[in-house]
Design a protein around this ligand. Structure first.
Ligand SMILES: *[C@@H]1O[C@H](CO)[C@@H](O)[C@H](O)[C@H]1NC(C)=O
Ligand SMILES: *[C@@H]1O[C@H](CO)[C@@H](O)[C@H](O)[C@H]1NC(C)=O
Length: 297
């Protein structure tokens, strides 16, 4: 991975920072807030409906299942540059907008890093994750709104950095060549094959040569993002060398972005995302590449 030159936009902003910005009426064309919540169907939570009831004042909803490649059989794969540009323009985001993303999960941060990464992979670096998410925002007594006024459309030009997006073929090749470290951010049980996958047509397990760091390890007990010191220790203890190439994977390319965010906060860019992740790999790979303690055959 390459060490980045100083990036002026903080990857994570505090609730107090955002509350002050709202108080000072800075939300507008130059600062937009996005609720990027998404839930697995089995949780029975419908993110868009929750947004309609309550959200951070001035926020818009970003639907990960709407702004995606709908022609793909896999879940919420990256949209094209032009689809992404249209979608975010419509939410009042221009290429000079600082975008702050959050989600409403009980984790404190779940899908927000995916949205953060999506902006970055499309060349928009002025994007930050709200530390602690909506859960801590509410717990800290910050204001909540239910009314929504759609922002005025802006012009946004996305430019995809394809080298950050890894395919099934890239992963197969890497299993042979072992050139790149791969971190899988699913829970230990799903990774080992002892706990079911949330999607019924997919069995748990992982592909060879993969290191497991559950995404929750990147968060403290409040659901706030760990300090850089803790992140350094976390990668070290897992045996990940950030000086070497790294890709991230998970169930469907969402929580893997926690790995990318953590590396970024330590000054490393260029972590690749296997967007298809386990959902694609399990369906396409030959059985000998499925590593699972739970496999009974
Ligand atoms: C936004 O994009 C336009 C068109 O590519 C470009 O002319 C302009 O400089 C960009 N502005 C910023 C702030 O990046
Ligand atoms: C795209 O990613 C590669 C690999 O990390 C990096 O070297 C390059 O600078 C990136 N390009 C842009 C335009 O950010």
């Amino acid at each position: 991975l390459s060490n980045m030159a100083a990036d002026p936009t903080p990857a994570v902003v505090s609730a107090q920072w955002l509350a002050d910005a709202i108080q000072n009426k800075l939300v507008g064309p130059k600062l937009r807030i996005l609720d990027g919540s998404w839930y697995l169907p089995k949780t029975k939570r419908v993110a868009k409906e929750e947004f309609n009831q309550k959200h951070i004042p001035g926020a818009s909803f970003f639907d990960i299942d709407e702004c995606c490649d709908k022609s793909s059989p896999y879940d919420h794969m990256l949209p094209t540059s032009s689809d992404f540009s249209l979608y975010v323009s419509d939410l009042g985001i221009g290429n000079d907008t600082h975008v702050v993303v959050y989600d409403t999960s009980d984790f404190g941060s779940y899908t927000a890093p995916r949205l953060w990464w999506t902006f970055r992979v499309f060349g928009h670096n002025t994007v930050s994750v709200l530390d602690g998410g909506f859960k801590n925002w509410v717990a800290d007594g910050h204001p909540v709104a239910s009314d929504y006024t759609k922002p005025e459309k802006r012009d946004f030009q996305a430019g995809l950095n394809q080298s950050w997006v890894k395919s099934y073929e890239d992963v197969l090749e890497n299993i042979k060549t072992k050139q790149v470290q791969v971190v899988d951010s699913r829970s230990g049980g799903r990774f080992r094959g002892t706990e079911p996958e949330p999607r019924e047509d997919i069995l748990p397990g992982h592909f060879p040569e993969t290191i497991n760091i559950p995404f929750t390890s990147f968060l403290d007990s409040y659901g706030k993002h760990h300090s850089p010191e803790n992140l350094i220790r976390l990668f070290q203890e897992a045996g990940v060398d950030l000086e070497k190439p790294l890709w991230a994977s998970c169930g469907s390319g969402v929580t893997a972005c926690h790995v990318i965010l953590a590396a970024h906060r330590l000054g490393y860019s260029g972590v690749g995302l296997y967007d298809g992740s386990w959902g694609e790999f399990f369906k396409r790979a030959p059985p000998e590449l499925i590593v699972s303690e739970g496999k009974k055959d």
